[in-house]
Design a protein around this ligand. Structure first.
Ligand SMILES: Cc1cc2nc3c(=O)[nH]c(=O)nc-3n(C[C@H](O)[C@H](O)[C@H](O)COP(=O)(O)O)c2cc1C
Length: 251
């Protein structure tokens, strides 16, 4: 039996999956464990859409910029902030819901992410591999159409799930002291930044990344290629429109 602490410490994202099936019983077990996650006021303002159908995966893939995990993984889970169900319950019980605002979207999004991460840990504890797919928030409007998500529901993240067909090297993290602040936030001097990012920048894979992308520094790979301002602004505006359409910006 592998210790839970080892599962957490040894994990890595898995992007290649074997053809081994993830049966409904196992998936159900993971989802039951996931739904034990903490949830705001025990409201469970989230929903999880399971995609197994090959045709549906093919239709979903372009909305995730054709990342191959979407069509290759046996199971795709789309985690949504969801006030639709809760609002309906309130109305049916003569209670006036006040959840048509941005704070409520954040509440649903936080709940959805907590359940997602708990499902991921449950999956990894069973030897399954997972990959988060961040493009969900870029193309939320298209995913809403395909998955038939009603008003009050916004997809916030996607996870691909399957039996690992690879064991990539673990990738780095910043030293713990870089992300921890004791009692109050201590802002970073240039020297701190130099110190905390030194190891990351020194890594062969980082240097390779800079060369492949024809850039001068690793930070430029992020700002100019991977997470560009123009893209961030473009997709932010789309997401704000989605939040409005889904009824979270009424107040
Ligand atoms: C919210 C979120 C979105 C992510 N989106 C993607 C993605 O779209 N494609 C991908 O290949 N990996 C994605 N990842 C995985 C990260 O790239 C990965 O977790 C990170 O590089 C650290 O690697 P590790 O999980 O193996 O430690 C995402 C992770 C998170 C938390």
């Amino acid at each position: 039996m592998i210790k839970f602490s080892d599962i957490l410490l040894d994990r890595r994202t898995i992007r290649k999956y074997s053809s081994g099936p993830v049966d409904d019983k196992l998936l159900n077990e993971l989802l039951v464990m996931g739904c034990r996650a903490s949830t705001t006021g025990n409201m469970q303002v989230y929903s999880i859409v399971i995609t197994r159908d090959e045709q549906k995966k093919k239709e979903l893939a372009p909305f995730h910029f054709n990342q191959k995990m979407i069509t290759e993984a046996p199971v795709i889970l789309t985690f949504c902030a969801d006030f639709n169900r809760f609002n309906k319950w309130c109305l049916l019980r003569k209670a006036e819901p006040g959840y048509d605002n941005f704070l409520s979207f954040m509440t649903g999004a936080i709940d959805a992410l907590l359940v997602a991460q708990t499902v991921c840990m449950a999956a990894e504890s069973k030897g399954l591999g997972i990959c988060y797919i961040g493009t969900t928030t870029y193309n939320a409007h298209k995913i809403i159409g395909l998955l038939n998500l009603p008003k009050g529901v916004v997809p916030v993240t996607t996870v691909t799930l399957g039996w690992p067909a690879e064991k990539p090297d673990q990738i780095d993290r910043l030293p713990l002291e870089a992300v921890i602040h004791k009692e109050t936030y201590k802002d970073y001097s240039n020297m701190d930044i130099e110190k905390y990012y030194k190891e990351k920048e020194k890594r062969t894979d980082s240097q390779q990344f800079v060369i492949e992308n024809n850039k001068g520094t690793l930070a430029q790979v992020f700002t100019d290629i991977r997470y560009k301002k123009a893209d961030n602004v473009y997709f932010s505006n789309i997401l704000l429109k989605v939040l409005k359409e889904q009824g979270f910006m009424e107040q």
